[in-house]
Ligand binder design. Structure first.
Ligand code: ATP
Ligand code: MG
Length: 318
């Protein structure tokens, strides 16, 4: 059985159905990346998984423990508060915006939860915290406050803080999108090392080079549905669906004006993708960069062909 199972997940905000039946599985030790346009529901999936949002329907299970389920029921039911709290302790989450406590140093940020939630002694918690800071390259920042650190450093402290709870899975939500592109690489490197150490990871990212590099599987989400999923090579290099192709084309080339003629409903990804790609490219090795460039050229040719077809179809009144 998969480590994480999400089945038929639905979620609305008011009249807006944001998730329309998401199915997703993460095997233990795997890295699964979620890509998709802004507003497609990526964050809502992660937030439903750690119950920052309560799903309307579906079944969510982590490590054999049921978070919520509507299997064989008229209405979704959630685990008890106590059980949810306990499950959540095993889910490490790092967000887009740095969410360190501003009035605490890096070290204090990291020891806080293990001491308060798990009852770890200060001596042990600090020892672990220093090891974690070292593992993210920030030994020398232990006594710095968030405001005294760069965005990249703050995100690495946030990762160390999540790891201090010894999570069985790490959830990352666009953790590089609010930092300067040149600092993204240091965060991605920390994540890559984690992946190599066998951490189970669910990663929402706009960094296609990075997703291609570390993912066992990639899901492309649009309008609250999984459009396509498969290995990174399948989804990123050989996408089957027009929407996936258009999305990758837009992200890699940042060319919304080149949208395919029939893409009226397209909402293009957030505007700083070019910077992300630059950063991803910077941290991919040469071969991968070349592969991506070839891929961009291929996608562009394919989209041109599609557009020509639809133009000539329109002209001939078909
Ligand atoms: N608490 C909320 N109340 C109302 N609407 C919400 C709420 N949270 C999210 N939404 C809406 O749900 C939709 C999906 O949001 P979500 O944050 O999951 O998208 P996303 O794929 O993560 O986008 P981005 O790439 O911009 O982060 C958006 O239209 C958003 O405005
Ligand atoms: Mg989001």
């Amino acid at each position: 059985m998969a480590f994480v199972t999400i089945e038929g997940l639905t979620k609305s905000f008011g009249d807006n159905e944001i998730l329309k039946g998401i199915d997703l599985e993460v095997e233990r030790g795997d890295v699964v990346s979620i890509i998709g346009p802004s507003g497609s529901g990526k964050t809502t999936i992660l937030r439903s998984l750690n119950v920052l949002e309560r799903a309307d329907g579906g079944h969510i299970e982590v490590d054999g423990r049921v978070i919520c389920s509507d299997r064989g029921k008229a209405k979704i039911q959630f685990a008890s508060k106590k059980e949810l709290r306990s499950i959540r302790e095993g889910l490490g989450m790092v967000f887009q915006r740095f969410n360190l406590f501003p009035h605490m140093t890096a070290l204090e940020n990291i020891v806080e939860a293990p001491m308060a939630v798990k009852g770890v002694s200060r001596t042990v918690a600090e020892k672990t915290a220093r090891e974690l800071l070292e593992s993210v390259g920030l030994s020398h920042r232990a006594d710095h406050y968030p405001a005294q650190m760069s965005g990249g450093q703050q995100q690495r402290v946030a990762i160390a803080r999540a790891l201090a709870m010894e999570p069985s899975i790490m959830l990352f939500d666009e953790v590089t999108s609010a930092v300067d592109p040149e600092l993204a690489g240091e965060i991605l490197l920390v994540m890559k090392r984690l992946a190599e150490q066998g951490m189970t990871m669910l990663v929402v990212t706009h960094e296609m080079g990075f997703a291609a590099d570390i993912s066992d599987r990639v899901l492309f989400i649009d309008h609250g549905k999984v459009v396509e999923q498969g290995s990174a090579a399948q989804v990123l290099s050989n996408p089957q669906h027009e929407r996936t192709k258009a999305f990758l084309h837009a992200v890699l080339e940042r060319a919304p004006m080149d949208a395919p003629a029939d893409a009226d409903d397209t909402h293009w990804p957030a505007n700083d993708d070019a910077a992300h790609i630059a950063a991803a490219a910077h941290h991919s090795d040469e071969a991968k960069l070349e592969a991506l460039q070839t891929e961009v050229a291929r996608l562009r040719a394919e989209l041109d062909a599609t557009r020509q077809q639809s133009d000539s179809a329109q002209e001939s009144g078909v």
